[in-house]
Each structure stands twice: as C-alpha cells, then as structure tokens.
Design a protein around this ligand. Structure first.
Ligand SMILES: CC(C)(COP(=O)(O)OP(=O)(O)OC[C@H]1O[C@@H](n2cnc3c(N)ncnc32)[C@H](O)[C@@H]1OP(=O)(O)O)[C@@H](O)C(=O)NCCC(=O)NCCS
Length: 191
C-alpha cells in the first residue's frame, strides 16, 4: 500500500454530539482493544450477522498479528482514551478479474449509532479505494440491516442484486442478501 495512504492518519472525526474520535489503521497491538469492542460495544444480533466469529479471541488476534494492508485495510475509530468505537474494512485482491473491485464492511458501537460515525468511516474507505485505483466498491448487506441500507444509499451506493433467503441468522431466520455497489470517481476526475 502507498505510504501516502497510511500517512493520512490519525484523522479526526467530529460526531453529531460534538465529541471527537480518531480514525486510523488497525495495529498489531490492538488485539485487546478490538476484542473489547466486539465483546462490549455491539449487540449479539450484530455479531450474529457478521461473517466471522469475533467472540473468538484468536480470530481477532489473527487479524491484528497478520496485517497486510494491501489485502485488507482495516480502519478503527478510537476515542482520545484509546477505546475503539468502530471498525471498518476494505478488502481487495491485486490479481484476477476483481482487482479493481474492493469490498467494504463496517460496524459501529451501539451507543454511538446515528452520530455520523458509520458514514465517516465508509466515506474514508471510499477515498482510500479511490487512491488505490479501485473502480467499484461492493457491500453485502442482509435485508434486516436497514440502517446499513439507508447509510449506503445516502452515500451513493446502489442496490444491484438481491439473493433471496441466502443467509441464516442464529435464530434460524432466513434473510435476503443484498449487494450494493458504488462507482468510484477516478482520481484525475476529482480536481
Ligand atoms: C450501518 C452502521 C455502520 C451505521 O453506523 P452509524 O454509526 O449509525 O452511522 P451514521 O450515524 O453515519 O448513520 C448513517 C445512516 O444510517 C441510518 N441509521 C443510523 N442509525 C439508525 C437507526 N438507529 N435506525 C435506523 N437507521 C439508522 C440513517 O439513515 C443514518 O443517516 P442520517 O444520519 O442521515 O439519518 C451501523 O448501524 C452498524 O454497525 N450496523 C451493524 C452492521 C452493519 O449492518 N454493517 C453493514 C454491513 S457492511
């Protein structure tokens, strides 16, 4: 990854309450902080709709110890005291047909929902995607994740497909999987 991208951080975000958080890439020494976020700052429902079992300490440790920003660029939002309030990732492969497509995932803490953090984190990763030369950014959202759908649509993502009843939650309910797509403006078009 271009050093210039990492040099953007920390980046201050002012929430709707006036409180400040700081965006920065995940670091090797974040294991305890990130694990605490998953365990104490999000709901069981949110966790059950994630792809990975983040209640498993070794999953979180594995992410922090095997950082490769070219493959997964993980962004966290932290308070001045070092508490993580949000986690968002940009997934990318630099070979094959999907090398111009990145995938985005975002999760913010329950007590700070609606304060602008999710939007700020997605917006930041869209800028990173642009700097990396991506043409499209994809997001997979379950039909029950209404806030995510609203947030992505407001940011300019379009729902391009919906696969009925593909996902099962922990209660056995089925959910449609919706694919959202964002077209990145080429960097030369920004000025
Ligand atoms: C989606 C998510 C990241 C939004 O985070 P957030 O910190 O609340 O984001 P924002 O405060 O910027 O809100 C963005 C929009 O989400 C919607 N939203 C936020 N909170 C909401 C709530 N409690 N109910 C309904 N919609 C809500 C609103 O449309 C809001 O836009 P507005 O502020 O203009 O009204 C968060 O709800 C979350 O982590 N959800 C669980 C994980 C998930 O669904 N991830 C998406 C899959 S990639």
């Amino acid at each position: 990854m271009d050093d210039g991208i990492v040099a953007r951080y920390p980046k201050e975000v002012v929430l709707k309450t006036g409180g400040k958080v700081y965006l920065r890439p995940l670091r090797e020494d974040d294991v305890e902080r990130l694990y605490d976020f998953f365990l104490n700052e999000v709901s069981e429902e949110d966790l059950m709709l994630l792809r990975d079992n983040v209640k498993d300490y070794y999953v979180v440790e594995g992410w922090c110890k095997n950082l490769d920003y070219d493959r997964v660029f993980p962004l966290v939002a932290e308070t001045e005291e070092g508490r993580i309030l949000g986690n968002a990732t940009l997934h990318h492969r630099d070979y094959g047909w999907s090398r111009r497509v990145a995938k985005i995932r975002v999760l913010t803490c329950l007590r700070c929902r609606g304060l602008g953090l999710g939007t700020a984190m997605v917006r930041e990763l869209l800028e990173v995607a642009q700097l990396m030369g991506m043409e499209k950014v994809m997001a997979e959202v379950l039909s029950s994740q209404k806030a995510a759908m609203d947030a992505l649509e407001k940011l300019g993502f379009q729902k391009v497909a919906c696969i009925p009843e593909l996902a099962h939650d922990y209660k056995g309910n089925k959910h449609d999987l919706c694919i959202y797509l964002y077209t990145v403006r080429p960097q030369w078009d920004t000025f």
